[in-house]
Design a protein around this ligand. Sequence first.
Ligand code: ZN
Length: 887
Amino acid sequence: MDIATTPTNPDTNPELADAAPSPHQPPVILRKDYRPFGWLVPEVKLDFDLALTRTRVRSQLTVQRNARADHADTIRLNGDSLTPLSVAVDGEAVDWRMDGPDLIVPLRGDSHLIAIETEIDPSANTQLMGLYASNGMLCTQCEAEGFRRITFFPDRPDVLSVYAVRMTGDKAAFPILLCNGNRVAAGDNADGTHWAEWHDPWPKPCYLFALVAGDLVANSKPFTTRSGRVVECNVWVRKEDLGRTDHALESLHRAMAWDEQVFGREYDLDLYNIVAVSDFNMGAMENKGLNVFNTKYVLADPDTATDADFDAVEGVIAHEYFHNWSGNRVTCRDWFQLSLKEGLTVLRDQLFSQDMRGHAVKRIEDVRILRAAQFPEDAGPLAHPIRPDSYREINNFYTATVYNKGAEVIRMMRSMAGAERFRAGTDLYFERHDGQAATCEDFVKAIEDGAGLDLAQFRLWYSQAGTPRVAVAQHVHDDALVLTLRQTVPPTPDQPDKAPMPIPLRIAVHSRGAAKLGAEQLVVLSQAEQTFILPLAGPDPVVSINRGFTAPVVIERELKRADLVFLAAHDDDPFARFEALQELAVGHLVGIASGTLTAEERAAGEAAIIAAFRASIADSALDDAMRGELLMLPSETYLFEVMAAGERRGDPGAIHSARKGLKAAIGIALAGELDALYARTSAVALDDPAGRGARKVKTTALALIAAADPVLAARLAARQYDAADNMTDRQGALMVLSGLDCPERPERLAAFYERYKDNALVVDKWFTLQALSLHPDVIRHVRELAGHPDFTLKNPNRVRALYMAFAGNPKGFHAASGEGYRMVADVILALDPINPQTAARFVPSLGRWRRLEPGRAALTKGELERIMAAGNLSRDTFEQVSRSLEG
Ligand code: ZN
């Protein structure tokens, strides 16, 4: 081992004593330290006396010695901010003790009944983990480690129990009492309270426990499974939201039918409940038989939700439903295996949405998300493999890497096996591991056995972080194309050296000379460098590579401008057309931002992009949904990634002006075409089947017009706003207006607020539109919005609406003055004591400091140091900030 990487014991080395971890540093948990728990807990009985400020929890755990674990004469029951009111074993008081937050109970025999009483205050729970109050109702969030905030328990996913729950609460305040599984009994008490008993027959880890008590109404519709089971499906919301639940309920039915058809998975209870809550840390939660959702992913109607919101509802509803098999029936052994359920479930929801809405556009959307959210993660100080090796706070690992790259890794297995053999693999996986807490290795083995693939080397995708780069070189030899592919996996924190991984790439060799398309084939690049001989379709071969984005890698090559224009116009894979246009724009914009283009190159690049845009507008074979994708320039975040590749630094300011300049050039050159396009798409009616695509193109065209002719755009946008009969058009118009300095802007923003001030989700949009805007005063606007009476740090949706949006606004956030960075650091500090999980999610935006140009690097690093110096940080924020400063 190299001396520099040898850990030195600070106790024996006085020079390092200052750098020693302080006793307040949260410990590091290692994947390799996994040991089975000493006890099984086959049965759990819970009895809740519910009230907003004082909830009494009585729990009875049936425990049995685990023959597969080391002998123990105590049991450790995790707690978090709990004090036991009483602890008994087999009816007798025992000599329990606390070890930090945990309860240690002595156990002499092989099986016991442990009874524990605790009391909690849901109204004081601002972390939104455990049992908390939201809008007068009570609900729970237990994943990953929230159950320990409700009662003492072995809070780890490999302890599976059957739950019987009794809940009692005030009937007027909480007329509806819900829990996992089936309701087996209910009744009224004389004192104005009522009760319900629930039983979940499926053994589950405690992170899947849920209860809800509140004044709710349901939109209900039964689903009959393929074997004839009638499932009562309910979407529970506050009374005033009932009219916006149809889409969620219909989406659930579509997901249930699709999972039967495509994965052979049927639902396994007579009841499926979904509850919408407005205070929620994430999107939704797959608790067995009782999903809890952020209202954002349930409520939708055309007046208040955009087309994109409708899609997001459908996708998240499906995601949580699919977890019933990939997550609940087969769960995770430990949290290092999170991608076992999340990667697989994201892949399943992506495939579902592709089938519902068209493959190419959905694939483009997913790749855009991967590039905007995951590639930066993989290239920064927080990079980790999809199966991490260590963590301090597991909440920090609900990442785009674990979720989205995790899905890409499984998608690669599917591409290599083909859909049919992949299905044989997942069938074997579900059959082999049903009822178990499994590992990623179990999944890979099942796919290997079921699909008949050799995945020995492929397993590296689970252990190595970093986005592989594939360099492409080609030459013609004896009527064939010789393609040389070279892969490198960049170093990441703790992983300086990487081994080559198998990279499946769908490739076609077209001929520009003969205007002929070549056939597609799948090659797998598994060595550091490899040569492939491919047939030629004619002269001037143009290689179309990584079609459909078969592998989550960066392709590095210098393609002639004419080749890219050819691919953008003619490739038979729509995804490849999109890619060619992106490649054209990325090369041009990064060239401008880094000052490496000559004036002629610049003019030629601009002309090529304009020509490609003109062709995309004119191509009558394209539908508008696809046209909308082609007319979207690469995001500034992605351009930054490309500019900051390797040893280079990125300059967000230069990227912003390059992209802005190109938008204006396109808007000017294509003024006539864009006007006509805008007019055509504006005439399509709301319920026309082509309406969705038209609405997308309409606002994209408007944004390009705005870059060239702000006065005209302001007039068109105001008219679009006033005439809109749906939120997509209204929000699109307001988005364009909010970036312009014109009288229409304040008028329409005020009108929007006035119209929707009672609808929290739409008020969130109002905050976001302004935080994301291209307006020169955006920082001042955000500061003023933080003082708006509707702003609160207690509601994660509102915090994200203002500040996540702002952190994603390249112009405002990266202001050269550092004001944007300071504002985000201030939010982290203010939010950390209230909701650490949400606070820590802002850290990565500051963590890219090493890759920023020197001025902004110093500013972001300074903000991270200021956060660190504040002390008293949560585990969540401490881990993210310290890794960001080290990595
Ligand atoms: Zn999930």
